[in-house]
Design a protein around this ligand. Structure first.
Ligand SMILES: N=CN[C@@H](CCC(=O)O)C(=O)O
Length: 402
């Protein structure tokens, strides 16, 4: 049994409240007590009889402390890079012309399929570690660059296995065989959709938590997306959907119909879509880096005004965005989406926990996981100032990882 006392926390942003001169008592991987240091009890039943007997006491030097950050949208299982393509894209070439010239997601699929599992695993491990070291203790991670049954299932297992290693964040595994149609199925899109639906049970058995589909131009129709998501939901996967990244195609309505755990992207959405998300309680995952690159921003303030739950994602992927720092994503969300620091930080903690169906994290409170970050600052306003605020220390489940 490990009991750890974190003291001299100058500013504690718990997700429920902000406390000055605070302390946290950790029992094994959970939080046992949180509050102002002067209120620390002498004994906590079942944890410690006398607080002076706690072995591990850590003085946090007056710093800001928050829950571990949560990245609610990433694509980390890939090999190679598409830097050259991005240079061409930023020079004015359209996504369609890049895809026609053999670029886009399909080119990463080719490279990933041709990469040996060991090399692929090392790349994914490095990425996951960099999330944790920058203060993100939970990462939603999608498959989607193999697009074969065996390749996609191997990706699910890889993520599940990596999560067990030391120095890894918690991983929410999302099965995204419905990313694009792979070349061997060109002209047979319906067959691919049916195949993906039939792979969902195996994905669930391999350890996937969610199923996702890219419902957009050049990807999958609403009908096809319904088939994939309903197949996943039938075997216990949480459905989530790429919605409105390029165009409005009814993805938000589908998310409401199926009770999706999140609708992600939302660069193109109408007032009616916002009303639907609000009415049916569909949470939004918004990704400022991709939105900025695509030149279309989701109407985040409108969504907040209408009570839509917001989570933030880096949308780390080989095509557009290499970000693994959620503190940078928070700064971008403040600048690009006009979110307050408090709303952005909440979206990167409790918002993420909500869309991932993980009520054990995202807030620092008794009984929750002791996923905690001490930042190199004394106030949360520093997130908006520093564009990539660095942690001083990170604890995952009460264990220091740095
Ligand atoms: N967010 C999902 N997927 C990315 C693309 C991934 C890639 O280009 O490899 C997107 O289209 O935003």
């Amino acid at each position: 049994m490990t009991v750890r006392l974190l003291t001299n926390i100058g500013r504690l942003w718990t997700g429920n409240e902000v406390l000055s001169n605070a302390a946290i008592l950790v029992h094994n991987d959970r939080i046992a007590w949180v509050g102002r240091a002067p209120d620390l009890p002498q004994s906590v039943p079942g944890v410690v009889d006398d607080i002076v007997d706690v072995d591990h006491v850590e003085n946090l030097g007056g710093a800001l402390v928050t829950p571990g950050l949560i990245d609610a949208h990433t694509h980390p299982v890939y090999a190679g890079n598409r830097y050259a393509e991005l240079a061409i894209r930023t020079g004015g070439s359209s996504a369609a012309s890049i895809t026609a010239a053999g670029g886009g997601v399909g080119s990463t699929v080719t490279v990933t399929r041709g990469t040996d599992p060991w090399t692929l695993c090392n790349g994914v491990r490095e990425r996951l570690r960099s999330w944790l070291l920058s203060g993100t203790t939970t990462v939603e991670a999608k498959t989607g660059y193999h697009l074969t049954r065996d390749g996609e299932l191997a990706d699910v297992r890889l993520l599940r296995e990596l999560e067990k290693e030391p120095m890894m964040p918690r991983v929410h595994v999302t099965f995204l065989a419905g990313h694009v149609v792979p070349p061997e199925y060109f002209g047979r899109q319906r067959e691919y959709v049916e195949a993906v639906g039939s792979w969902c049970a195996d994905a669930a058995a391999a350890g996937a938590d969610s199923v996702d589909v890219y419902c957009d131009e050049g990807h999958f129709t609403t009908e096809e997306s319904r088939w994939v998501l309903a197949s996943g939901r039938n075997v216990g996967l949480l459905p989530r959907i790429h919605a409105g990244l390029f165009s409005r195609r009814g993805a938000v309505q589908l998310a409401a119909e199926l009770g999706c755990a999140s609708a992600d992207g939302l660069h193109h959405m109408s007032d009616e879509d916002i009303a639907i998300m609000s009415r049916y309680g569909v949470p939004a995952v918004v990704c400022p880096a991709t939105a900025l690159q695509r030149g279309h921003l989701p109407p985040v303030r409108q969504m907040i005004k209408h009570g839509v739950q917001i989570a933030l994602g880096s949308d780390h992927n080989p095509g557009f965005c290499g970000i693994t720092s959620m503190s940078l994503v928070i700064a971008m969300a403040v600048s690009a989406f006009g979110m307050s620091v408090n709303d952005a930080l909440r979206a990167a903690t409790l918002g993420g926990a909500t869309v991932l169906g993980a009520p054990d994290r995202g807030v620092l409170a008794p009984g929750r996981l002791a996923d905690i970050v001490q930042w190199d600052a004394d106030h949360e306003g520093a997130f908006a100032w520093s564009f990539g605020l660095k942690p001083r220390r990170v604890w995952r489940g009460g264990t220091p990882v740095q």
